[in-house]
Design a protein around this ligand. Structure first.
Ligand SMILES: Cc1cc2nc3c(=O)[nH]c(=O)nc-3n(C[C@H](O)[C@H](O)[C@H](O)COP(=O)(O)OP(=O)(O)OC[C@H]3O[C@@H](n4cnc5c(N)ncnc54)[C@H](O)[C@@H]3O)c2cc1C
Length: 811
């Protein structure tokens, strides 16, 4: 676009890549005020996967906030068309999601419930109505259709140009035929971005290199676990029925048929049909060639023959029409199918916006969030599901190829709430893995690390049957809960996040970083951590090992997000920080006999007076060196015992041997979740996340208002005004427990949403936690929770179901 002489030497931001993602980022940066942003594209704009996309747009996604952002993306198209004067080729046809069996119908009911609180306008229409809107589908195959008026299609190339030109209207620049060949970081943290046209010194670099994200990452030492995949769609010859409708300008709606694994829409006077092959074909595993241009790959219809047959049954006109074009093109997937965006941990001023597999549904949201993050320091909504830091060093390129392939294959395949996906497993294990499996553990995985979900009596019985209903772990979890409440249970806690902070400045630094009161040496305290805007950035258990040494315990899945936050705020001297999650494994004991068991395996005095609730000490348990904390997430008398990984097996064996006659029972994560619900305790990532504040979540109870801390001004303001929503616990009259993201209603109006829940076995009740309008957060308030399309009566409770006075935990 610009001439050589205009090529800048400095910029606030350089965005690498002029696909739909890079163009959207440039647009948002410029619109939000960072006008000295520059995009560099090695060829013409849209020279990666963007130009050959099918251009179908829809709102449904696995994560509610991503769905919300997909709605934002679609709604943005009119704006960028108007700003740029460049058509995005939008067809606002609306679209439907078709269910051909009860399982998919259940799924759609859940999506409908989510949509209520996300402000999306989805509604069920009858199958007859679906067939009226799209006369080419054979309604006999379907039992339900969920309609979304936002769905439709766009012209991929038009969208990219409309973003780029709008960015230019807002003051940014883009340069085509400008290959970035090197990114070098200077001592001041800025980046020299080297191209054949010259070098730009930029404060920030954004990797939006799509098909070449891996190559662009490697220039800066970042090894991204993303993988381009081959993908087919085909376009038919003219279909007479469509040509006839088009005479009156009537376009067919877009659609997704999950069971047949197809997406479809009208394309000119024919149809476009795409499918995710049952066996993924990763493309260029070793790296994307730099000279790959506007090329397509050799189609292989055999790979999609079964799917086509299904499709021709469901939309018979497709089978009658000839195929005009078959497109096989590569596009990039991430390990869980969601984008990977945000500041790359361990680098400064280096941002990722990669693995965006549905760019025309998502790029607007990605651009908005990334620009807010860069300019404001945090995105407006919680983007954990897209945050690059949800992966750690376990997410190697090889693992990324395996998981991205799995995700591709499962794009339209149901994943049930109790299902754990099989690929890329045992990437990280602890010393206990074989032992737990031999005991009947059904394993789950979090942050790459295997951990027990529940224990079957017989290892041969240790498997899940994927379902939305109460699953086969139900009775086993009941037994584990009973053991913890009645005797003693033990759970491996290697998967918690652990952070070590040390130095003469450690206390003062933490005091400012955390909103809570810091404990004295030998004591433990809970503390929320807030963002500058007063939103939750963490809820941490702070253990003071010595005046200048702290161990912080937090969410395992958020450990890299927390590391990034700690490192970004680290002072130049006086404090050292390390994420020690993999260096400390451990076991938690819970239950009325926990102390009796502990006393058998340590020479220390662990009596109630010698080791009070929230005490900690370095000592020996089962003959191995440990850090022992008196804590509980079960609501019972409890201890957490941390050790180096090489001691974990001995610790576990020693406890097993000593606890056999006390009724010791190993338990898993499902039991822990059931136990904490009875106490009304929230969990990071579900009930506590950056969408909420301290006052909304109730974590303000732990704030030390007399000191200065990050986010204080916002927290004080909210305290004065009162939060608009509050976290509540509810009892629900249901045989089908919530899983999260269900709408909460009162008199037909959506007044909140569920964040977590399940069955509280000891109390014998179905429980949900969620956020509701603050005026409704009152004991006894009658509300409805929409589960499986039905409104279930629920009642807010303000007293924990178990041990409300806390005597069992503190005694
Ligand atoms: C067959 C097919 C059908 C699809 N259908 C849909 C659909 O219906 N709906 C939907 O939402 N999505 C669809 N997609 C996915 C969509 O195309 C992608 O999500 C989107 O293109 C990703 O955009 P991007 O900007 O991340 O990457 P890309 O489009 O790959 O853009 C990256 C850009 O970076 C440039 N670049 C790379 N390295 C450098 C460098 N070193 N220096 C300068 N420039 C560089 C490249 O030239 C390229 O232009 C489809 C994809 C395919 C292949």
């Amino acid at each position: 676009m610009s001439t050589e002489s205009q090529f800048p030497q400095r910029a606030r931001v350089v965005v690498i890549g002029g696909g739909v993602v890079g163009c959207s980022i440039l647009f948002h940066l410029a619109k939000f005020g960072w006008k000295d942003s520059v995009l560099l594209e090695r060829d013409e704009l849209t020279s990666g996967s963007s130009w050959h996309a099918a251009g179908q747009i829809h709102t449904i996604s696995s994560d509610p906030n991503i769905s919300r952002l997909q709605g934002y993306t679609i709604n943005l198209y009119n704006e960028i068309e108007a700003t740029s004067g460049h058509s995005v080729g939008m067809h606002n046809t609306g679209g439907f999601y078709l269910a051909s069996n009860e399982v998919w119908h259940d799924y759609l009911k859940r999506e409908r419930s989510k949509a209520r609180y996300m402000g999306l306008d989805q509604e069920f229409i009858s199958v007859e109505e679906a067939a009226r809107r799209h006369p080419l589908i054979d309604p006999r195959h379907y039992i339900a259709a969920l309609w979304d008026p936002l769905d439709g299609d766009v012209d991929p190339s038009g969208v990219c140009y409309a973003y780029a030109k709008s960015a230019r209207v807002h003051g940014a620049q883009y340069f085509t035929h400008t290959l970035v060949i090197e990114t070098r970081q200077r001592k001041d943290g800025s980046w020299d971005v080297v191209t054949p046209k010259g070098t730009i010194n930029a404060e920030h670099v954004v990797n939006a290199a799509g098909l070449w994200a891996r190559e662009a990452g490697r220039m800066s030492g970042v090894h991204l676990p993303v993988q381009p995949m081959e993908h087919h769609y085909l376009i038919t010859e003219e279909i007479p029925e469509i040509a006839e409708r088009m005479k009156s300008g009537e376009r067919l709606p877009a659609g997704i048929d999950y069971e047949a694994n197809i997406y479809f829409r009208q394309e000119r006077n024919g149809m476009l049909l795409g499918t995710y092959e049952p066996k993924a074909t990763p493309w260029k595993v070793g790296g994307t060639p730099m000279d790959f241009g506007h090329e397509l790959l050799q189609p292989d219809l055999d790979r999609i023959a079964d799917r086509l047959e299904l499709a021709f049954g469901r939309i018979p006109a497709l089978g009658r029409a000839g195929i005009k074009t078959v497109v096989n093109g590569p596009f990039t997937f991430g390990p869980d199918g969601n984008p990977m965006i945000g500041p790359v941990p361990s680098l400064t001023n280096y941002w990722a916006a990669v693995g965006v597999m549905a760019g025309f549904c998502q790029a607007g949201g990605v651009g908005k969030c990334l620009a807010e993050w860069m300019i404001e320091g945090e995105p407006e909504i919680d983007v954990r599901a897209m945050d690059i830091a949800r992966f750690g060093d376990f997410a190697t390129p090889d693992w990324g190829t395996v998981k991205s392939s799995e995700n591709y294959e499962r794009r339209f395949v149901m994943t049930f709430p109790n299902e754990t996906l099989p690929k890329g497993r045992r990437q990280k294990t602890t010393a206990l893995y074989d032992r737990l499996v031999a005991k009947g553990a059904v394993m789950g995985v979090s942050f790459g690390l295997e951990h027990a979900l529940w224990f079957a009596k017989d290892p041969a019985d240790a498997h899940e049957d994927p379902t939305f209903a109460r699953n086969r772990s139900h009775s086993y979890v009941a037994a584990e809960v009973a053991a913890v409440r009645g005797a003693v249970g033990m759970i491996e806690i290697a998967n918690f996040g652990k952070h070590h902070v040390e130095g003469s400045g450690a206390r003062a630094w933490l005091d400012r970083l955390l909103a809570g009161r810091l404990p004295k040496p030998g004591r433990v305290a809970l503390s929320p951590m807030l963002s500058p805007k007063g939103r939750l950035a963490g809820d941490l258990t702070v253990s003071c090992l010595a005046e200048d040494r702290f161990l912080l315990l937090g969410s395992g899945t958020a450990q890299e997000m927390h590391r990034r936050w700690f490192q970004a705020n680290l002072p130049a001297q006086g404090v050292t920080y390390a994420n020690v999650s993999d260096a400390l494994h451990g076991v938690a004991l819970s239950g009325p006999r926990a102390r009796d068991l502990l006393a058998r395996v340590t020479r220390d005095d662990v009596s109630a007076n010698a080791m009070r609730f929230r005490d900690l000490r370095d000592t020996f348990v089962c003959g191995v060196p440990v850090t022992l904390l008196r804590l509980s997430f079960s609501g019972e008398l409890g201890f957490e015992i941390y050790c180096s990984p090489q001691y974990l097996m001995r610790l576990w064996e020693g406890l097993e041997e000593a606890g056999a006659d006390l009724g010791l029972q190993p338990y898993g994560a499902r039991t822990l979740m059931s136990l904490r619900l009875e106490k009304g305790w929230g969990v990071w990532g579900m009930d506590f996340r950056p969408d909420y504040t301290a006052a909304m979540s109730g974590l303000d109870a732990f704030i030390d208002w007399d000191k200065d801390f990050i986010g204080k001004a916002a927290a004080v303001a909210e305290r004065a005004a009162g939060p608009k929503d509050r976290l509540v616990t509810m009892l629900i009259d249901t045989g089908l427990d919530v899983v999260g993201d269900e709408a909460i209603l009162q008199d037909g109006l959506c007044v909140g949403h569920v964040t977590s829940g399940g069955y509280a076995h000891h109390a014998g009740a179905s429980v949900a936690m969620g956020y509701v309008r603050a005026d409704l957060a009152a004991d006894g308030m009658a509300l409805q929770v929409e589960i499986d399309g039905r409104m279930r009566q629920s009642r807010v409770i303000s007293t924990p179901l178990h041990d409300p006075s806390g005597i069992r935990m503190r005694g």
